[in-house]
Design a protein around this ligand. Structure first.
Ligand SMILES: *Cc1c(COP(=O)(O)O)cnc(C)c1O
Length: 425
C-alpha cells in the first residue's frame, strides 16, 4: 500500500501560478487519519494553495447544509426528473445476453439523459450550490468538450456567467463542442501554453479561480480535485446506483453478481458502485482506457502504468514520467483520457473492494459494433469500454449470474471517430 509522502509533492501547476501555489499542503501521517473527511485510505485530501482553502471550506459547509435541506433535495430531484430525464431505465439486453451465452446482462441507460451522458447529474447539483452560495460566475475546464457542454447547459438554465478553459489543440479537435458551448452562451477561452490540452486548461482555470474566488465557482466535472469535490461529485451521481439497485431487485429479485463501468476520472463508476459497496458479494469492476499499447503515452490505465502522486489538488494514482512530470495519455475515447483517477477508486482498489482492468481502443470499437447490432444502442466510446469487459467476462460466468453495465453516455458525439476507425461498408 502506498503511503502519503512526507516531503514535498510536486504540483504540476506550481510554477505557473507565480507563487500562489506555494509549497503544497502536505498531510503527513501525523496530520491525517483514516477518518479525516475527504480521505479514502491514504488518497484524496486537499493539496491546494492557501488562497483556495477558504473557498473549499465554504463549498464543503454549503454542501453539508444543502444535503440536509429537504428544499435542496426536492429542487434537485425535480430538475433531475423534469430536465435531465431521470430515472433512467435499467434495460435487459436480451440479444446481447444470448449472443454472449453467459450471465443476464442489464444496461443502465445514462445515455438517455439530457446532453447525452451522466455528467448532467453532477452539473445540476453543483449549479444549485452556486445559487445557494450567492455566486453568479462559473468556470470549468474541458478536454474533449463534454464537461464544458454540460456546464454551459446548466449555466444557461440558471442564468450564470460561464467561462470554459480549453487547450487550443483540443479546440481544434473538438470544433463542434466549442460551437455548442458558444451557442449555449458560454465563453470558451483558448489556452495556448504547454501541450495546449487538458492539463494546460486546468492550470488556467485554477489561476482564474485563485483570482476570482469570491464571485466564482469552479465546477469540477469528475470525482477529482481537492476535498470536498470527490465526495460531493460522487454523492451527486449516487442516484445511478440507487436506481439500479432498486430496479435490479425488482426485475430479478436479487442483487447483481457484478457492476461494470468505465473509469475516466471515475464519476459514473463511483455513482454506479456506491450503493453496492456494502454488498460484499457484488463485484465492482472499473474499466480504464488501455489505449493502443502498454507504453507510457499510449494509454490512460492509471492502475497499470501510474504511481501515487498529486494532480489537480488530490493525491491518487497518476501517470507520470520518471521525473514526476505528468505523462501524455491516449485513448480513442476522449472522456477516459485523463492522467489521474478519482482518489476513492484508489482507496477501493487498495482495500480490494473493487477491481480495475483495461480495455483497448480496439476492444472498445468492437464492443461498440456489437452493442449497436444486437441492441440498437450506439454507446459512447467511453461506455463501450465497459461493454468490452462484459464481452470478455461473460463466457466465464454462470447463466444464473446477473451483470449491470453502466452505459454512461450515447455515441452520437463519437460518430466522426467511429467513421475514421471502423471499416463499415
Ligand atoms: C466524461 C465521460 C466519461 C468519463 O468520466 P467519469 O468521471 O469517469 O465518469 C465516461 N463516459 C462518458 C459518456 C463521458 O462523457
Amino acid at each position: 500500500m502506498a503511503t502519503v509522502p512526507k516531503s514535498t509533492v510536486r504540483l504540476p501547476m506550481s510554477r505557473k501560478i507565480g507563487g500562489t501555489w506555494g509549497p503544497p499542503r502536505v498531510l503527513s501521517e501525523q496530520t491525517h487519519s483514516k477518518n479525516e473527511p475527504g480521505r479514502f485510505g491514504v488518497y484524496g485530501g486537499r493539496y491546494v494553495p492557501e488562497t483556495l482553502m477558504a473557498a473549499l471550506d465554504e463549498l464543503e459547509r454549503e454542501y453539508l447544509k444543502a444535503k440536509q435541506d429537504p428544499k435542496f433535495r426536492k429542487r434537485l430531484d425535480e430538475l433531475l426528473r423534469t430536465y435531465a430525464g431521470r430515472p433512467t431505465p435499467l434495460f435487459f439486453a436480451r440479444r446481447l445476453t444470448e449472443k454472449l451465452g453467459g450471465p443476464k446482462i442489464y444496461l443502465k441507460r445514462e445515455d438517455l439523459l439530457h446532453t447525452g451522458a451522466h455528467k448532467i447529474n453532477n452539473c445540476l447539483g453543483q449549479a444549485l450550490l452556486v445559487e445557494r452560495m450567492g455566486k453568479h460566475r462559473v468556470i470549468a475546464e474541458t478536454g474533449a468538450g463534454q464537461h464544458g457542454v454540460a456546464t454551459a447547459t446548466v449555466c444557461a438554465l440558471m442564468g450564470f456567467e460561464c467561462v470554459v478553459y480549453m487547450g487550443t489543440e483540443d479546440m481544434r479537435r473538438q470544433e463542434l463542442n466549442v460551437f455548442r458551448m458558444r451557442l449555449l452562451g458560454a465563453e470558451v477561452r483558448g489556452v495556448d501554453s504547454g501541450s495546449r490540452t487538458l492539463k494546460d486548461a486546468i492550470n488556467e482555470a485554477m489561476r482564474d479561480w485563485v483570482t476570482n474566488v469570491r464571485t466564482t465557482h469552479y465546477l469540477l466535472g469528475s470525482v477529482l480535485g481537492a476535498h470536498p469535490y470527490p465526495t460531493m461529485v460522487r454523492d451527486f451521481h449516487r442516484v445511478i446506483g440507487r436506481e439500479a439497485r432498486a430496479q435490479v431487485l425488482k426485475a430479478e429479485g436479487k442483487l447483481p453478481t457484478a457492476v461494470i463501468a468505465c473509469v475516466g476520472g471515475g464519476s459514473n463508476a463511483i455513482g454506479a458502485f456506491y450503493e453496492f459497496i456494502k454488498d460484499k458479494r457484488v463485484k465492482l469492476v472499473g474499466v480504464e482506457a488501455g489505449g493502443r499499447g502498454e507504453s507510457l503515452g499510449d494509454h490512460a490505465a492509471r492502475f497499470r502504468g501510474g504511481k501515487p502522486g498529486v494532480l489537480q489538488g488530490t493525491y491518487s494514482y497518476v501517470l507520470q514520467d520518471a521525473g514526476g512530470q505528468i505523462a501524455l495519455t491516449h485513448s480513442v475515447s476522449a472522456g477516459l483520457d485523463y492522467p489521474s483517477i478519482g482518489p476513492e477508486h484508489a482507496g477501493l482498489r487498495d482495500a480490494g473492494r473493487a477491481e480495475y482492468v483495461p480495455a483497448s481502443d480496439k476492444e472498445a470499437l468492437e464492443a461498440t459494433i456489437l452493442l449497436a447490432r444486437t441492441e440498437g444502442i450506439i454507446p459512447a466510446l467511453e461506455s463501450a469500454h465497459a461493454v468490452a469487459e462484459v464481452i470478455k467476462r461473460a463466457p466465464k460466468m454462470k447463466k444464473s449470474d446477473v451483470v449491470i453495465v453502466n452505459i454512461s453516455g450515447r455515441g452520437d458525439k463519437d460518430i466522426g471517430i467511429l467513421r475514421e476507425n471502423l471499416d463499415i461498408e
